[in-house]
Design a protein around this ligand. Structure first.
Ligand code: NAP
Length: 541
């Protein structure tokens, strides 16, 4: 048991209420709680929702499913847990992932330390006492030695400021904040605004129900087929028998999934071989398309070959050549996260689906009974905003977080997020972020990345306790160096070439900074080194 644990008894004026307060009961917060319990520390999780699951609790839109394969998108810290759970499809639908999250919460009796329906309004570090005091929107104050933000990378839904939205008479929804009751679109005229991953998954399902669907597209996106299928029990059992090998393989790949990159340039093979490789990945389905060659995100010329392959498939699928052209992106493929679809492009062959191109002139306004775009009025009963998130920093910045000297995190991150390893921030002692900006997070299979962060943070807290230290803080030098390194790596790739949420460009006024860290394996190695060297770059004081 760490020293912090031995000191904890909750409540007293001299002592904080808990060793650790965790914000968020998604996969990060749940595993963090479990690890801290193993250390004998007292912890409480504060969660806005009424249940566990984080992103899978909120994103209930029709067609929502994971774009990483089920057998990989799950915890690996317990072999019993891996063996006892049975995924039913290659890519799990949202309700099944939520069932899994609930199963984990039940299995480890997590709920007794989770306070639901509680939104954290502020988190303030009291330097005199060396404690974090969190205040909820309901006015409750809780204190702890450490505070872990498990607030998720894509949790702050973005509804753009459309003129007239308040006048709209019908219901409107954001995909990332979907109602818990089923939404029935039968017989309705529906508008979907946006054509990112969430739209690409929901459009084919909504189109089957709605009387008419209008899709408002500002920028087309690349989508590759998921090729989702039921998971045959014998396939699942075979994977389970070899789970250790699969997990070991994942640790060696670029994004933490089972697909290693083909270490050949797209430009060093014949056109026929290139086509063969793209076709094989296309037939396999899913995000592995980007592993076809090793330079797809390094060379524009190489990238063009991958992009053109997808454009050809769009032209083959969409009957109307004008629509096919509108749906064909011209940007770098993979620069925005690749979308994984089921029948997305085919949906535009339906007579009840209209594609409205708003690339040149935006949706002008929303009226009582619809939308106006390019001077035309579209009468609709329901609007679906598939307009994305204030990614990576949004859910942190909406909490009033104050570190040393009362400085706010928002102020510190005014020019873009600054962290050490995506885990800690200089000037904010004992505050840790799970999969924060500056870590590989969203560019990887999130579950192993979450597990790695949770284990790093719990080991570091334990280390501080064992050494009788009360504060752990990233040094300004380590942070500066890390921020420079993150930017340097991103600058060598094609990622900065488009207006993606990785760069924060989708949110007006947000600084254009590439937020995730490129290099899953190098990152893990770096974290191992940091820990082995007594948490190098952190002041453990
Ligand atoms: P997104 O990728 O950011 O897409 C938002 C869409 O809304 C874009 O097409 C954007 O157009 C459009 N948009 C935003 N503001 C607009 C405006 N004022 N007028 C017209 N269009 C507007 O958001 P998302 O689809 O929710 O996906 C976000 C991320 O969540 C994904 O990249 C992925 O990482 C994750 N996700 C994963 C899954 C999965 O696992 N399968 C599913 C859903 C989401 P522009 O491109 O022009 O900005």
């Amino acid at each position: 048991m760490g020293e912090a644990g031995r000191r904890s008894n909750g409540g007293g004026a001299a002592h904080p209420d808990f060793d650790v307060l965790i914000v968020g009961a998604g996969f990060g917060g749940m595993y963090m709680l479990l690890k801290l319990r193993e250390l004998g520390l007292s912890a409480r999780v504060l969660e806005t929702g009424s249940g566990v699951g984080g992103t899978w609790y909120w994103n209930r839109y029709p067609g929502a499913r994971c774009d990483v394969e089920s057998m990989e998108y799950c915890y690996q810290f317990s072999d019993e847990l891996q063996q006892e759970w049975n995924w039913s499809e290659r890519y799990s639908p949202q309700p099944e992932i939520l069932d899994y999250a609930n199963h984990v919460a039940d299995r480890y009796d997590l709920r007794r330390d989770i306070q639901f329906d509680t939104r954290v309004a502020s988190a303030v570090f009291h330097e005199d006492r060396g404690v974090w005091v969190l205040e909820t929107e309901g006015g409750e104050q809780l204190s702890a030695t450490y505070c872990v933000m498990a607030t998720g990378c894509l949790s702050s839904a973005n509804v753009p400021d459309f003129k007239g939205l308040e006048t709209f008479r019908g219901p409107w929804y954001h995909t990332g904040n979907w109602p818990h009751e089923e939404v029935d679109f039968s017989g309705q005229r529906v508008a979907v605004i946006g054509t990112g991953s969430s739209a690409i998954q929901s459009i084919p399902v909504i189109a089957e129900q709605a009387e008419h669907l209008y899709v408002f597209q500002r920028t087309p996106n690349y989508a590759v087929p998921a090729r989702n299928t039921p998971l045959a029990p014998e396939v699942r059992d075979r994977i389970k028998e070899n789970y250790a090998e699969l997990r070991a393989l994942e640790k060696t790949t670029r994004n933490g999934t089972q697909y290693p990159i083909n270490d050949v340039s797209a430009l060093d093979v014949s056109a026929q071989e290139r086509e063969r490789r793209f076709q094989a990945m296309w037939d396999n389905g899913g995000l592995c398309y980007m592993t076809s060659f090793n330079d797809l995100l390094l060379s524009r010329e190489a990238n063009d070959t991958a992009a053109e392959f997808i454009r050809s498939r769009i032209r083959e699928t969409v009957d109307d050549p004008e629509k096919a052209e509108l749906l064909s992106p011209k940007s770098v493929v993979g620069c925005k996260r690749l979308c994984v679809d089921t029948d997305y492009y085919k949906t535009y062959n339906r007579s009840n689906v209209t594609l409205v191109d708003v690339s040149q002139s935006p949706v002008e306004k929303i009226t009582a009974d619809g939308l106006i775009a390019k001077g035309d009025a579209y009468q609709v009963d329901t609007i679906v905003f598939a307009t994305g998130f204030d990614a990576m920093t949004g859910s942190l910045n909406r909490i009033d977080i104050r570190g040393r000297g009362g400085r706010t995190l928002k102020d510190k991150w005014g020019e873009g997020p600054r962290t050490y390893l995506g885990i800690a921030v200089a000037g904010f002692p004992n505050l840790f972020t799970i999969t924060g900006p500056g870590s590989p997070s969203v560019l990887t299979n999130m579950l192993p990345s979450i597990e790695q962060h949770v284990e790093f943070i719990s080991d570091m807290i334990d280390y501080a306790g064992e050494h009788d230290r009360r504060t752990v803080e990233a040094t300004a030098e380590a942070e500066d160096e890390w921020v420079g390194h993150v930017n340097l790596l991103a600058g060598k790739t094609l990622y900065p070439s488009c207006n993606s949420w990785y760069l924060g460009v989708n949110i007006p006024g947000k600084p254009r900074v590439f937020m995730p860290y490129l290099g899953y394996q190098a990152y893990q190695e770096k974290c191992r080194e940091v820990a082995a060297n007594g948490y190098e770059g952190f002041q453990v004081g």
